[in-house]
Design a protein around this ligand. Structure first.
Ligand code: KG4
Ligand code: ZN
Length: 324
């Protein structure tokens, strides 16, 4: 099958062509990060407008790059939720126009599901596994069964991990996105310098808002080097993830772990999470951790067997059952 994946949920416009027979991906991503960094975060209206301008040229360029014709596409996949609603509408409307016009099936893909299964693209792993999503908007742990049914075991009750990286960086006057900047600062810091507490230790759900405030107050106190604060913060993030994952491994008996989403680009986390857990963690490559069309095409292919196609009456939604 030739599958076209379309992603426009946040600030990356991306289209991918996946050939399931050869397991080959051709894709393009247009990031708006430089546009939004001026504002210290993603501005939804600007994101939607840029998606609307970028989607058609990117789609045409990907077809050229993949050396295929419009009619060669067998299946379309598009991010349907969650995300910025105006941004999602651009991708969904574009995909609906193409799929319905060409009389090809269309699958509305959950963005978090796509982040999780993207770990399968370059790793030899199949469900059942635990899918840990650590991104700018979400910190969710799912059990993914053999049929790709997902059961939510933990989620953040306030800030997502990436959101706390971004908010801490913003407070410190550092550019958006904060994750990579904090990671870099932490390289020259002592991770054991500050003992930030782990929130909600005895529960499955996460809370990062208290940690974020604690870190911000520590920055304000001017008592510690920013490098030490960054390193100590990252250590607590890993310790928190370890604690929650261990609890869910105990509860489910599943100890194969996939870690995905933008924050999974962080090398400190990539190295220390598996080490502290004492288990292999399957990460997508960094290119596939941030938002991309490849994961949408791959997820659509995996969901194809469920035959849950997008109907004419359906459209994008910002929140769905998957998150609850
Ligand atoms: O998955 P993603 O591209 O978009 C969402 O769906 O949210 O994730 C973006 C998030 C941002 O919060 C960004 O700061 C974070 O991923 N991020 C990182 C790193 N690279 C990106 N966080 C920590 N360390 C990094 N190296
Ligand atoms: Zn994402």
């Amino acid at each position: 099958m030739i599958i076209c994946g379309i992603e426009t949920s946040c600030d990356e416009t991306s289209v991918a062509i996946y050939d399931s027979k050869s397991h080959n991906f051709v894709s393009l991503v247009s990031s708006q990060v430089d546009i939004h960094s001026k504002f210290g975060g993603v501005v939804p209206e600007i994101a939607s407008r840029n998606h609307a301008m970028n989607i058609m040229p990117i789609f045409e360029e990907v077809l050229k790059k993949a050396n295929i014709d419009l009619n060669d596409i067998d299946l379309f996949g598009v991010t349907r939720s969650p995300g910025l609603i105006g941004a999602l509408f651009v991708g969904v409307s574009f995909a609906k126009g193409l799929a319905f016009g060409l009389k090809k099936p269309l699958i509305g893909v959950n963005h978090l599901f796509a982040h999780i299964v993207s770990a399968e693209i370059e790793n030899d792993i199949n469900p059942p596994y635990l899918g840990v999503v650590i991104s700018g908007g979400h910190t969710h742990i799912y059990l993914v069964d053999e049929c790709y049914n997902c059961k939510l075991f933990a989620k953040t009750i306030d800030d997502a991990v990436g959101e706390s990286f971004d908010k801490i960086a913003k407070f410190a006057g550092l550019p958006y996105p904060g994750g990579p900047v904090i990671e870099k600062l932490a390289l020259d810091g002592d991770e054991n310098k500050i003992d930030f507490p782990i929130a909600m230790k005895n529960e499955l759900d996460f809370s990062f808002s208290g940690l974020k405030t604690n870190v911000i107050n520590t920055i304000s106190s001017n008592k510690y080097k920013l490098n030490d604060i960054a390193a100590s913060f990252q250590r607590v993030v890993v310790d928190t993830l370890v604690l929650k994952i261990e609890n869910i491994v105990k509860l489910t008996g599943v100890d194969r772990i996939v870690v995905a989403g933008g924050v999974a680009c962080n090398d400190y986390i990539r190295k220390n999470l598996p080490k502290k857990l004492g288990k292999t963690c399957y990460f997508p490559s960094k290119k596939l951790c941030t938002d991309n069309g490849d994961m949408i095409a791959y997820a659509a292919y995996k969901l194809f067997r469920k035959r849950k196609f997008f109907s004419n009456g359906e459209t994008a939604i910002d929140v769905d059952e998957f998150l609850k």
